[in-house]
Structures are given as structure tokens and as C-alpha cells.
Ligand binder design. Structure first.
Ligand code: GCV
Length: 689
């Protein structure tokens, strides 16, 4: 081989080996100084804490710190006391969380002082919608990290490596539980060979303080147990679940419990046997109770009926409040419909006063541009968690109604539907990692601001070690020309998406099935109405929007006063939710004096412009980012920009058929025509069926 060829191969090899592919997430900072650590206790968890501190220490060189298990009434189970030279906790996991916090502060330049840091929620879980065959429902980052098929259950070295990296990333942001499989659960998940693989995962997660949970299918006793029924009051069914739970705990002694989607979107449930959700949940809770296991029972239920879909979960679950066992938690999606770019909070939050209720957030961006659009979700979750329910007077925010501080409940919990797959960068989009990070941080501390979370994530994920241009004077230039503008882009990104997809409270006007791209027109004959966009936007020659006031579906009555009155009064309802609650004429006058139609046009236009600004901003950061991640994000922003324009044109041209009004002349003219967009959507819908 010629020397030049060899040389070329070596260069190629080194760039491939050292290419930044995002796989290190926010954990890429390495130690720059030495530390001595004293700790009198040893355990697998503490060993991880020691290694992390040694490998990541950026404090004073040669410092000595102490890790100590203490008795301290101020500390909750996962909490810790952080000091310049010590971390104290009542549990090993507390010490590990303390170690990660200490490093985070060092790596992001935050102060370390004497402080007690407890978590707001006790249970902070990821839900994986991973199927046993390795596919992921609403997954946009490759195949499952847990499952490769029921004929491939053997655990490989690669599996173990991936699970360990996954556990480490989760622990570093405080996530302490994970549901390994889809809520549309295959009954096979409870067969012994599958449980053995779940045990292997649990063994890797345990030292990182993470418990393992499974989503189960309510019909399992019939499908895999050979029983004639799955009726929760049937003694044989109860015995089947008791035996199954015993088998699980023999394999996984610290198993967390079950997550259940029942009588929802075709899944079996207690109602198949004339029983209630409480009957079903309590039967499982009884089986799990001796082992301290819990049941997370989802309230995502709706049926094709004349009742507004937004009201159905409340109607079904409120009468059951107080009937659930202590180890049942009702898991409620943040909004009353389904993870839309903007929804009001579900009225169940705070209303169920005798049953623990946990929020379910969606980290994977089913409805927000999937792994193509850059959307930082912390702002959406912050808005949700800080929403005032008024259930127990002022200050009864959703966060406080669910974290145990208002209602005296044994368990407080929060879940996020994971956006993780086998892609090199875990999440499909480098910036989607920020949403995994943000979920963990907000689950730990729901008062953290999105701005702080964004800044932490940027400083941990990028930085001088990955500068493309080595001449940069790090601190000053980096902060001014990278951290600040990128943070601002992240903070603006969700509102931009709301603008170009569905401003002013519009919702669920997506292309069918895949939920990617616009489809406000989709309503094939015979289709269930509540699965078609016209059901939600209700556009006609008179106006647009869903009337949920007393004159309409009266969904506002499910909210507590004074909120119900505020939402029901068109003059007091926040404009961001106007068309969620009101059907208004096209010439309705907005607060800024524009007509509703004009305002819609301006909002769509603003969304498109915002994404174009993101493109410009990102291009200016090239010097600060390694070529691989720079190009990957640049490429995605281009696609997002094209998508935003498609959204704007599709929605405005479609709604214009009803409003019969011109798009204000000072705005950019449509770049597509409606026929072309309809054809494009037909192809998209066909492909996704
Ligand atoms: C897991 C929506 C999604 C489904 C999801 C369901 C749920 O309908 O489109 O993919 O199923 O919500 O949360 O159960």
C-alpha cells in the first residue's frame, strides 16, 4: 500500500473514531483536577458516585471531600446536603444524586454552598413505548434499547453497555424509575423468558437508583394464563395476578410495579367485564401491595360519543375519587386531549382530592415535529406545572396538587414518555436530548426555570472542548456568541412551533396517523369524528374554534372557580387558548385590534419567520460547534423551516375557504397551492396507514 493511501486511511479513521456523534449526551466533561474522597460506607451505588467524582472533578486541585450517610430529618429519601467539601444523604442514592449535582455545578460554573436539596416528586419515571419486537410507538430515534424481539431475548455485551449508559444518564438528572415497554402492552411481557430479560435490565439499573416497572395488558390472564376471563373480581384471576407478581419479585426484588392502559383506544380493561377502573386497579394493587409495588393507572380514556372528548376522562374518573387503594396512582396526560403543542391543563389535576394523581408528559415529540423540529419542551412543562388550578385557593398549582404538598398522599410521581432509541445520539435530534435532560431536572425540582435548565444543558453538551475554531477565547466569546443566543432560541422554540402549527388554541389538526405535518381537512366518510381535525377546529363560514363554554360542550365547568368563569368569558380567556374554548367569528376583534382571521395569518407568518431566525442564528455558531453536530442541526433546521412554511400555507389556504378573506397583503404570499398540499398529504396518510 502506498504511504499516501495509508496516510489518508489513518486520517479517515481518526475522524470517524473521534467524530462527535452526540452519544455522550450532557455527560461529556472530564476531570481537570484531582480529588481525594473519604467515605466510610461502600456499595455499588456509592462506588459509582466515587468514580463519577474522580472522573469529572473540576473543583480545587487536590481537594479532599467527604461522602457521608447521616440521619437528618431535613433530608427526604433521595435528598442530600451539599457543601463545598462534603455530600451528606440518608441513602446511597442520595449520595449519588449529590455527586451529580456537585459536578453539574462545577461544570456549569454554579455556586456550591451549604444547601439541602430534596426532590419534589418521589417517583420520577420514564415511560418507554417500546414494543417487544424492537419497534417503538411514536419513537423517532431508532429501535428499542431494551427489546429486539421475543426470539432474541438473550442479553448481549452491547445491551449491557447501552443499559449502563442509559442508567447513568438518567441518574445524573434524578430519574429513578423506568417502564420498559409500551402501554399498548403485549401480554407476552409477563411470560417468563421476557421477565428474565427485564430482570437483566433491572440488575443494571439498580446501582444507579433506578427501579424497573412494566406496562401490562389487562387481558393477560386470558391470553397467556389460559383462564376464561380477566374479570378483576374473579378469584382465579386474582390468584393468577398474585402468582405472577410473586414470580416477578423473585426475579426483581425491588420491582416498582405496573403501568396500565385499560379500556382506552381498544385496550382491554375491567369495563369489558362490567367492572370499574377502580375494581381493575385495586385488584392489581392488592397483588403488588405486599411487596410495596404500585399501580399507575392511566386516565387517557375517551369513546366515540356525543360528549366532548376533552371532558371524558374527568367524567369517568371523578366519580371514582376515593375508591382506589393507597398504592394506586392515576396517571393523567398534561392536557385533556393528547400532548398537543398547547393545551390547557387537564381538569383532573387538583380535582381528585382523595387519590394521588401523577402528570404524564410526552418527551418524544409525536405532535411537535418529532425528531426533526427543534422544540425545547421545558417551557411547555413549566407553563403546565405552574398553572393555577384554584382547587385549594391561590397557589394550588398543578405541581403542588401532584407533589404531595397540598394533598396528603403516600406517593407523588411524574412520568415522561421517553424519546430514546438506538440512534447514536439517543434522541434523533441533538437538541431533543435537552428534553430528556429537562424532564429529569423538572421532575426533581419543578420550580426550576426553563432558562436555567437550558443554560445548564448547553454548557454541559457543548463547550470549548468541541469548538471547531480553536482560536476562540472561551469564556467571554462563548457565553456571548453561543450560550446566550442558543438559549434564547431554545426558549422561543415551543412558541414558534405553536405559531406555525396551531396558534390561538387550535388543536389536533395534524395529518392523520403519523401526526406529522398539517391535515386540517382530513375527514373520510364514516371515520370516527373525534379522530378527525374538523371535529377540533369546527371551521365554518361563520367562524372557527371549539365552543366549550356553557353554550357549547361546557368543558369549562370542569375547572374550578374563578378559572371556569375566566375561561368561559371570551374577554378574559387567554388569547393563547381562545379557540380551545370558544367558537368565534372570523372578524372577532383581538386585543391588538386585528380581526381573528388577520391575527391567525400573522401568527402563522410569525412562526415561519421565527424558524428562519433560528437557522440564521445557528449558522453563526459554526465556530463553536464540532462539524458533525453543527451540520446535523443545520440540516434539521432547514427541514423544519420548510415544514413550517407548509404548515402555514396549508392551514391558511384551507381555512381561507371558510373565511373568504384575504391574507393581509403585507405578509408573504403562500408558496404552495392547496391542491398540491392535499395531494402531498394523501401520500403521507397512505404511507402511515
Ligand atoms: C401509546 C395517542 C398516541 C398513541 C398512544 C396513545 C396513548 O393516541 O397516538 O400512539 O399509544 O396516545 O397515550 O395511549
Amino acid at each position: 500500500m502506498k504511504t499516501t493511501n495509508l496516510f489518508l486511511i489513518l486520517i479517515l479513521l481518526s475522524t470517524t473514531l473521534f467524530a462527535e456523534n452526540g452519544s455522550e449526551l450532557w455527560l461529556r466533561k472530564k476531570a481537570t483536577s484531582n480529588v481525594n474522597i473519604n467515605c466510610s460506607k461502600s456499595s455499588a451505588t456509592i462506588q459509582i458516585a466515587l468514580n463519577e467524582l474522580k472522573n469529572g472533578w473540576q473543583g480545587e486541585d487536590g481537594a479532599t471531600i467527604e461522602l457521608k450517610i447521616v440521619k437528618d430529618k431535613q433530608l427526604k429519601a433521595d435528598g442530600f446536603r451539599l457543601n463545598k467539601n462534603s455530600i451528606q444523604a440518608t441513602t446511597d442514592a442520595g449520595l449519588l444524586y449529590g455527586a451529580y449535582e456537585m459536578l453539574r455545578r462545577q461544570h456549569t460554573g454554579q455556586e456550591i454552598r451549604n444547601e439541602v436539596i430534596n426532590s419534589d416528586y418521589n417517583l420520577r419515571l420514564l415511560n418507554h413505548w417500546d414494543n417487544l419486537n424492537g419497534s417503538i410507538e411514536r419513537g423517532y430515534a431508532g429501535r428499542s434499547i431494551f427489546w429486539h424481539g421475543t426470539d432474541s431475548l438473550e442479553v448481549s455485551e452491547n445491551d449491557l453497555k447501552k443499559w449502563k449508559e442509559y442508567a447513568r444518564a438518567n441518574a445524573s438528572v434524578g430519574i429513578n424509575g423506568t417502564v420498559l415497554n409500551n402501554v399498548n402492552a403485549s401480554p407476552s411481557v409477563l411470560t417468563t423468558p421476557v421477565l428474565e430479560r427485564a430482570k437483566a435490565v433491572a440488575d443494571v439499573l439498580r446501582p444507579y437508583g433506578i427501579k424497573t416497572y412494566l406496562a401490562v395488558n389487562f387481558a393477560s390472564p386470558e391470553v397467556i394464563g389460559g383462564l376464561e376471563t380477566a374479570d378483576p373480581l374473579d378469584p382465579e384471576v386474582k390468584a393468577w395476578w398474585n402468582d405472577k407478581v410473586k414470580e416477578i419479585y423473585a426475579l426483581i426484588p425491588d420491582f416498582g410495579g405496573f403501568l396500565v392502559k385499560a379500556n382506552s383506544e381498544g385496550q382491554p380493561g375491567p369495563q369489558n367485564f362490567g367492572r370499574t377502573h377502580a375494581d381493575g386497579a385495586n385488584m392489581m394493587a392488592e397483588a403488588l401491595q405486599p411487596y410495596n409495588g404500585i399501580v399507575m393507572w392511566r386516565a387517557f380514556v375517551y369513546n366515540p360519543s356525543d360528549e366532548d372528548r376533552a371532558k371524558q376522562a374527568y367524567n369517568e374518573f371523578m366519580p371514582l375519587d376515593g375508591q382506589f387503594h393507597e398504592n394506586v396512582i392515576i396517571q393523567v396526560k398534561n392536557g385533556p386531549i393528547d400532548f398537543q403543542p398547547r393545551e390547557p391543563f387537564s381538569p383532573l389535576f387538583g380535582a381528585m382530592k382523595h387519590t394521588p394523581v401523577m402528570p404524564e408528559l410526552q418527551i418524544t415529540m409525536e405532535y411537535l415535529g418529532q425528531s426533526v423540529h427543534l422544540v425545547f419542551l421545558a417551557t411547555m412543562w413549566e407553563e403546565f406545572l405552574k398553572s393555577e388550578t384554584w382547587q385549594e385557593g391561590a397557589g394550588s398549582t398543578v405541581a403542588r396538587c401532584t407533589d404531595g404538598s397540598i394533598f396528603n398522599q403516600k406517593h407523588s410521581a411524574i412520568a415522561g414518555v421517553a424519546n430514546i432509541g438506538l440512534d447514536d445520539n439517543w434522541c434523533g435530534h441533538d437538541f431533543a436530548q435537552a428534553n430528556w435532560y429537562a424532564f429529569g431536572r423538572q421532575a426533581w425540582n419543578h420550580s426550576l426555570s426553563s432558562a436555567q435548565i437550558a443554560e445548564e444543558w448547553i454548557k454541559l453538551t457543548f463547550g470549548p472542548d468541541s469548538f471547531n475554531d480553536k482560536e476562540i477565547t472561551p469564556e467571554f466569546e462563548w457565553n456571548l456568541a453561543f450560550v446566550e443566543p442558543v438559549k434564547n432560541m431554545m426558549l422561543e422554540s415551543r412558541e414558534a412551533t405553536v405559531n406555525y402549527m396551531m396558534p390561538l388554541g387550535l388543536h389536533h389538526i395534524f395529518s392523520a396517523h403519523a401526526h406529522y405535518g398539517p391535515g386540517p381537512w382530513w375527514a373520510p366518510p364514516g371515520m370516527r369524528k373525534d379522530w378527525t381535525p374538523p371535529y377540533y377546529h369546527q371551521a365554518d363560514s361563520l367562524g372557527i374554534g371549539f365552543d366549550r363554554t356553557a353554550a357549547g360542550s361546557n368543558a369549562i365547568s370542569q375547572y374550578h372557580e374563578p378559572l371556569a368563569t375566566q375561561l368561559g368569558d371570551v374577554n378574559m380567556c387567554p388569547e393563547s387558548l381562545l379557540l380551545w374554548f370558544h367558537h368565534l367569528p372570523w372578524d372577532y376583534q383581538m386585543k391588538n385590534g386585528r380581526s381573528l382571521w388577520d391575527e391567525m395569518c400573522y401568527r402563522y407568518d410569525a412562526g415561519v419567520k421565527q424558524v428562519r431566525t433560528f437557522q440564521q442564528l445557528w449558522d453563526k455558531t459554526e465556530r463553536f460547534v464540532d462539524p458533525e453536530r453543527f451540520a446535523a442541526v443545520q440540516h434539521k433546521l432547514t427541514e423544519q423551516s420548510m415544514n413550517a412554511l407548509e404548515w402555514k400555507d396549508a392551514c391558511l389556504l384551507y381555512f381561507q375557504q371558510f373565511s373568504k378573506l384575504p391574507i393581509p397583503y403585507e405578509l408573504e404570499r403562500p408558496m404552495h397551492n392547496l391542491d398540491e398540499l392535499l395531494k402531498r398529504d394523501k401520500v403521507r396518510v397512505r404511507r402511515s396507514q
